[in-house]
Design a protein around this ligand. Structure first.
Ligand code: SF4
Length: 363
């Protein structure tokens, strides 16, 4: 009986290299295959001429490229944001966003189809949990964005395993935020394997400071990240500075209360020596008053922290309104009194529902 083929994008480089000898080939062929895929964007066995035909035949019998089909592509009116509704092998769907702001190219990718965390203002939370993504499904989103940037979305291979020539000019994917659909620390193993693949120095080679993982406050995951010294930026969604206010917006706060979350964050900072980015969705009349800002200041004072303020983006299931520019600026000024740096996120891609908290699919 034929065995099921493995998704190439599920494999770390070490795993791929270990397969070649099992198939009766030297590992160097697998290394070259890895370079074809991650440096040149190749997905077509016929267009990997530096690999022996027998190796290609065996690899093709064992592996497949789990490309994600584009069901819908939308572009924002300002042209800076592209959103892709991507279809998984089981017809489930996820969304991935390509952003071109302030000279940087960033992919916002999903870690789950749907989400179990139920944040009230989030469209993904409103749709509920569908399933975890595999490492390959996470990596394939990055590869899709990389292909868009190369202009090779068709998967047509470039016939070099060593990447682009000096004469080629195209943007490269340099930043990834795991802030799409899903809670990354609820799918820890798959997300970390995907990060290992994305960071591999002989592949996409995304730098340690170029991958940001956003959690709603899954404490066991934060502690594990700290203990494993994972080289990623950590963003923690706060939204409320008291247990009661936070739990009203973020239901999982009942499971992982604010004081325990703060202890986990301090543990992370102490172990990693890295700052935490705290996300605060600014909702008019809900959590955007000067008193709220002082409460955030008191909570985070003395921490190696930055606060990212995100004026609420509209979703069908939540009626709140975003905080205005002036009130947001005042919020920032108060945070500064406590020595807390902050940013106000630009509202981009809202017209195609590609902003923070807006990603959702029908299945
Ligand atoms: S904000 Fe993040 S954690 Fe909360 S429901 Fe949405 S996707 Fe899930």
């Amino acid at each position: 009986m034929p065995t099921a083929r493995t998704n190439f994008y599920d494999l770390t480089r070490a795993q791929l290299l270990a397969l070649a000898p099992q198939w009766g080939f030297p590992a160097v062929h697998a290394a070259r295959l890895w370079a074809y895929v991650y440096l040149s964007g190749a997905e077509d066995w016929a267009a990997m001429p530096e690999l022996p035909a027998r190796f290609r035949a065996r690899a093709g019998a064992e592996l497949f490229f789990g490309r994600l089909a584009v069901a819908v592509e939308q572009k924002s009116s300002d042209g800076f944001t592209h959103k892709y509704l991507l279809e998984l092998a089981d017809r489930r769907q996820i969304e991935t966003v390509l952003m071109r702001y302030t000279g940087r190219v960033t992919a916002c990718i999903s870690s789950q189809a749907g989400c179990a965390m139920g944040c009230v203002f989030c469209a993904t939370g409103q749709m509920g949990f569908v399933r975890h993504l595999t490492p390959g499904e996470i990596v394939a989103q990055a590869m899709h964005v990389d292909a868009v940037l190369r202009g090779t979305e068709s998967g047509a291979a470039l016939a070099r395993p060593h990447g682009r020539s000096p004469h080629e000019r195209h943007e490269r994917l340099r930043n990834i935020v795991l802030m799409g659909m899903g809670e990354p620390l609820h799918n820890y193993e798959a997300v970390m394997t995907a990060i290992d693949i994305l960071r591999d120095a002989t592949g996409l080679a995304l730098g340690a400071k170029k991958i940001t993982l956003s959690t709603v406050g899954v404490i066991p995951g934060i502690v594990r990240l700290a203990d494993e010294a994972r080289p990623v930026n950590l963003a923690v969604s706060l939204h409320g500075a008291t247990q009661e206010e936070r739990a009203a917006l973020v239901p999982v706060a009942k499971k992982w209360p604010l004081d325990e979350l703060m202890a986990a964050c301090r543990y992370y900072i102490g172990k990693q020596g890295r700052r935490i980015f705290y996300e605060w969705t600014l909702i008019e009349g809900k959590n955007d008053s000067p008193a709220n800002a002082h409460a955030v200041g008191r909570l985070l004072r003395g921490q190696l922290a930055q606060v990212n303020l995100i004026p609420l983006n509209p979703t069908a299931g939540y009626g709140g309104a975003p905080t205005g520019r002036e009130a947001a600026r005042h919020f920032q000024q108060i945070l500064a009194e406590y020595g807390l740096p902050s940013t106000v996120r630009q509202r981009r891609g809202i017209d195609i529902a590609a902003g923070c908290g807006q990603l959702a699919t029908g299945r």
